[in-house]
Design a protein around this ligand. Structure first.
Ligand SMILES: CC(C)(COP(=O)(O)OP(=O)(O)OC[C@H]1O[C@@H](n2cnc3c(N)ncnc32)[C@H](O)[C@@H]1OP(=O)(O)O)[C@@H](O)C(=O)NCCC(=O)NCCS
Length: 167
């Protein structure tokens, strides 16, 4: 059981070789193509460049171990997309995904002043769909096996969660 209060969320550091190794391993694992689509194998230099240019690419750490990553993409005046959420397999089901997603949403709302947050979920990905739905996202369209979801306001549950964990 993971104590969510002790999960630390911070910006990924392009100078930290453990961050680089962690993000590279997720990116290059063919097991993850089912969630994010197929992409070529990246080199260390590519991932460093990626980390440098991302404004909001966060890593979750627990007990000195990296256990998840998340990012905020397609940042526009009124909207942003939360995505590439990943929690280590042995840590799933502990609401770490929800914690990370809410952190990104709060940044979008309060730092970027956007009104709408989107996400994209594969239709086959029940865990991700359920997690986003519980936070207040709702489906707006489905295209080629991807469900596009929108969030206008957080659910009551999500608000309570933010309050409880100081997000
Ligand atoms: C999607 C993901 C980020 C969710 O993270 P998480 O920390 O497990 O999320 P939560 O614990 O907040 O919620 C997970 C939900 O999926 C359910 N679930 C389904 N399969 C599960 C599994 N193998 N382990 C744990 N929970 C699972 C949980 O019961 C929970 O639903 P509930 O709230 O109705 O009980 C995580 O499963 C993951 O990294 N998956 C692989 C990558 C991925 O799919 N990313 C999302 C791309 S859109």
């Amino acid at each position: 059981m993971i104590d969510l209060e002790k999960v630390e969320l911070r910006q990924a550091d392009p100078g930290n070789f453990k961050d680089i190794a962690y993000l590279l391993a997720i990116k290059n694992d063919p097991e993850n193509y089912q969630y994010y689509g197929k992409s070529g194998i990246w080199t260390k230099d590519q991932i460093v460049e990626f980390i440098k240019k991302e404004r909001f690419l966060f890593i979750a750490e627990y007990d000195g171990k990296r256990i998840g990553r998340i990012g905020l993409y397609d940042i526009k005046k009124d909207s942003a997309r939360v995505g590439r959420t990943f929690v280590n397999e042995d840590c799933r089901g502990n609401q770490i995904g929800a914690l990370m997603t809410l952190k990104m949403i709060q940044i979008a709302y309060h730092q970027l002043n956007v009104k709408t947050v989107y996400c994209e979920v594969r239709a086959s990905n029940n865990a991700s769909y359920k997690m986003h739905q519980r936070l207040g996202f709702y489906p707006i369209r489905t295209k080629k096996g991807t469900i596009y979801m929108q969030l206008d306001k957080l659910s009551r549950n999500a608000k309570d969660f933010c309050e409880r964990y100081g997000i």
